[in-house]
Design a protein around this ligand. Structure first.
Ligand SMILES: NC(=O)c1ccc[n+]([C@@H]2O[C@H](COP(=O)([O-])OP(=O)(O)OC[C@H]3O[C@@H](n4cnc5c(N)ncnc54)[C@H](OP(=O)(O)O)[C@@H]3O)[C@@H](O)[C@H]2O)c1
Length: 278
């Protein structure tokens, strides 16, 4: 039994579809609200919350392979311990590239901590360290739908943004094929893409102009304060342009090497998700 957590999210949804198409199974999907979720035929939906260890224990019954998303609530050590006690033998963990590139930032430290807890658990592991997701541009969906300009700092600094389905593809391979246990994979898209190019790709997918206004760091910090604390807002601004390093900018070929298929470009994600911006 494979349990996919974050199953209604950007990566989990794509992973479940791939596992289903591949014929892996049996498959179980964790969600906090099964009535609201829809999964491929034959996937067992199970309700659970990372913050409620009893619900996790029930969801983990009979599970041997676990796809684990991080930093969604609950205590990392308890989540990993619940998996170990249930008899899970392999965990594929979604961490972040910033664990390597920006280990001084709080979100990166949290990812490093759960990586270490997993390594110390006695279970086998595969760690995925993806870069910035293409789906982060959904933050712009509301202004674009309403015809307002997209406000971005660092409009011309491009990171090798990854399509979440590529993370799902790597996870599918790691969960179902030998040779990926004990590996830590840095995952990026196929090319660097700037916010200005992302907005242009979304505009092309919509068939209309989408205006962009470049704002300064202080103004962007004020915008982010609506969702994040000071430290969180600074971390986002550092890793999206304020403090980028060569390692954060580098394109890695891990996705094609592991999956045998080229990494998906940003414009593909924009075309597939145009409806969210209409
Ligand atoms: N975005 C980035 O640029 C980036 C970069 C590096 C790493 N990451 C990491 O990538 C991972 C996956 O991201 P994603 O975009 O696929 O996630 P997502 O779309 O934001 O959401 C994942 C799912 O987690 C579930 N969830 C939320 N809180 C939960 C809780 N307390 N207990 C159980 N489930 C909960 C939700 O499903 P239900 O509502 O159905 O319960 C949600 O659909 C995350 O761990 C993130 O930290 C992201």
């Amino acid at each position: 039994m494979i349990l996919v957590t974050g199953a209604t999210g950007n990566v989990g949804r794509a992973l479940l579809e791939e596992l289903h198409a591949y014929g892996a199974g049996p498959l179980r999907a964790l969600t906090r609200n099964a009535a609201r979720a829809s999964f491929p035929d034959g996937v067992e939906a199970v309700e659970g919350d990372f913050a409620d260890t009893a619900s996790l224990k029930a969801a983990l019954e009979g599970v041997r392979s676990l796809f684990l998303v991080t930093r969604m609530g609950g205590t990392d050590a308890e989540i990993v311990e619940a998996a170990r006690q249930a008899g899970v033998d392999h965990v594929v963990l979604v961490s972040s590239i910033t664990a390597a590139t920006h280990p001084h930032l709080v979100p990166a430290q949290e990812n490093l901590a759960i990586e270490q807890i997993l390594k110390d658990s006695g279970m086998e592991w595969t760690i995925l360290r993806p870069t910035q997701f293409a789906s982060n541009t959904l933050w712009w969906a509301e202004p674009i739908r309403e015809g307002r300009p997209v406000r971005v700092p660092f409009a011309d600094i491009g990171l090798p943004t990854i399509h979440p389905a590529d993370i799902g593809s790597v996870a599918r391979v790691a969960l179902t094929e030998p040779g990926h246990r004990g590996m830590t994979y840095t995952l990026t898209g196929p090319e660097r893409v700037t916010p200005r190019q992302q907005v242009a790709a979304i505009a092309a997918a919509l068939g209309r102009d989408v205006p962009l206004v470049e704002i300064g760091r202080a103004e962007a910090h004020r915008d982010l304060a609506a969702f994040l604390d000071d430290e969180g807002a600074d971390a986002v601004l550092d890793v999206t342009g304020g403090d980028v390093t060569d390692e954060l900018l580098a394109v890695h070929d891990t996705v094609p090497l592991v999956t045998g298929s080229p990494a998906r470009p940003f414009h593909q994600w924009a075309t597939e998700n145009a409806a969210a911006f209409r």
